[in-house]
Each structure stands twice: as C-alpha cells, then as structure tokens.
Design a protein around this ligand. Structure first.
Ligand SMILES: C[S@@+](CC[C@H](N)C(=O)[O-])C[C@H]1O[C@@H](n2cnc3c(N)ncnc32)[C@H](O)[C@@H]1O
Length: 219
C-alpha cells in the first residue's frame, strides 16, 4: 500500500478499492491486542446480542462469539468492501445465523430501540464528525442496562503520526468522558492500554490506548 499519508488516512477512514484487503490485513496485525483488550473490558456473556461499529474485515468477530454460548454478533461498517471481506472471512458463522454484517453508518443505525446488550467500537471514533449523533444512536439501540466500549488511541500519541492531519478527530480521555456524559452515558471504567507495535506505516511506536466502558445513566 502507498505510504502517502493522505492515502493512508483515506484507507483507514474507509478501506476501499484495490487497497482495501491489504489495509484490513494491516489493521488486523496492528490492532489485535487493542481489540482483544477492549473485548475483555466489555465483558460479553452468554446470550448477549453484540453490535460492533467499524469492524473492518471482521477478523475479531469470532472472539466475540467465543465469549459465551448463544452470543449473536452484528457488525456494521460504512465500507461495502469491508462488509464483503467480513462476510467471506466469517462465512461459516454468517450462514449459521450467529453473525450478520451490514453496510451502514453509526450516524443512523438500521436497528430497533434496545436491540443490543453490548456495543463496541475500536479505532473508529476518529471519523465521527458530530460525536453526539453517533452516541445518541448507540444509546437508542442499547438495552437500558447495556454497555458500550470505545477504544481509541490517545491524542498525545496520535497527533505525532503523519496521517492524522488528514481528516482524523483526536481525543483524550477527558474529551470522551464529556461527550459520553452529554449523550446520557455514565463511565464505568477507563483503562489505559499501552503496547509497542508497528503502526500503519510500519514504524515501531508505543501506542497509548484508552478503553472506556460506559452504560446508560439511569438518573
Ligand atoms: C481504522 S479502521 C478500524 C477497524 C477495526 N475496528 C480495527 O480495530 O482494526 C475503521 C473502520 O471503521 C469503519 N467506520 C468508521 N466510521 C464508521 C461509522 N461511523 N460507521 C460504520 N463504520 C465506520 C471504517 O470503514 C473502517 O472499516
């Protein structure tokens, strides 16, 4: 894949075209530890109905199913290439009805109120122009005692990467706490996950990740 930072940014926002599959594979490698840590924090249990926003090629969806029995998984991604890849990669589970992948945006979720027990989004909020629109939709589709996990790299780390000047919104923990509170969520935990690994331009870097779990505030 081209290392042109603008092209990298466009692919990370919405992997598309001839570079889509390679972009997804690089994300799988670069983001594995964060995805597994976020999933652990979300605490999926047997019987849960789970929504993932921006799963890319759905590489980690099987880890959601493994969290318990009768877990159902839905992934929604605004890239039709990613949804096609995810369906291919997980065809066994799609055919059995345990997984579903849809093209769409968290700005307007094609699901009924209170459909999901858990919602997760990893490395995806950077692309949400008006966060409140997305968080309000997530709130709507969660059951009243549901949980949302947002995992995102901290602004302090992201601002030094060459591609983030092209259309990324950057946040720290405080920014997201405030946004979640405005949308009616209460933060339950905020973990700091740190790891050394290759970034999407193959440089070795220390990644500082926030993993925030919250629930609808019942007050
Ligand atoms: C940087 S990739 C991260 C992929 C994966 N979650 C990971 O951790 O490797 C962002 C993904 O989210 C999708 N995406 C971004 N914003 C979205 C939104 N609002 N609704 C649906 N998909 C979105 C993109 O198409 C892309 O597949």
């Amino acid at each position: 894949m081209s290392k042109d930072p603008k092209f990298v940014a466009e692919q990370l926002r919405k992997p598309s075209g001839t570079s889509a599959t390679e972009t997804a594979q690089q994300m799988n490698k670069a983001n594995k530890a964060t995805n597994l840590a976020a999933l652990k924090a979300l605490n999926v249990v047997s019987g849960d109905c789970v929504l993932e926003i921006g799963p890319g090629n759905g590489k980690f969806a099987v880890n959601v199913l493994r969290k318990g029995s009768y877990v159902r998984y839905t992934g929604i991604d605004w890239s039709s290439d990613m949804v096609a890849n995810a369906k291919d990669l997980n065809s066994k589970y799609v055919e059995s009805g345990q997984m579903d992948f849809r093209v769409g945006s968290s700005e307007s979720l094609p699901f009924s109120d209170g459909k999901f027990d858990k919602v997760i989004a990893v490395h995806t909020i950077y692309f949400w122009e008006v966060l409140q629109t997305h968080l309000t939709e997530i709130y709507r589709v969660l059951v009243p005692d549901g949980k949302l996990c947002l995992a995102f790299a901290d602004k302090s780390f992201m601002q030094n990467l060459p591609f983030t000047q092209f259309g990324f919104r950057l946040f720290d923990e405080g920014d997201i706490r405030a946004e979640l509170s405005d949308a009616g969520f209460k933060v339950i935990s905020c973990g700091k996950h740190s790891e050394y690994g290759e970034n999407n331009t193959k440089q070795l870097v220390e990644k500082k990740i926030n993993i925030i779990v919250c629930e609808p505030d019942k007050r």
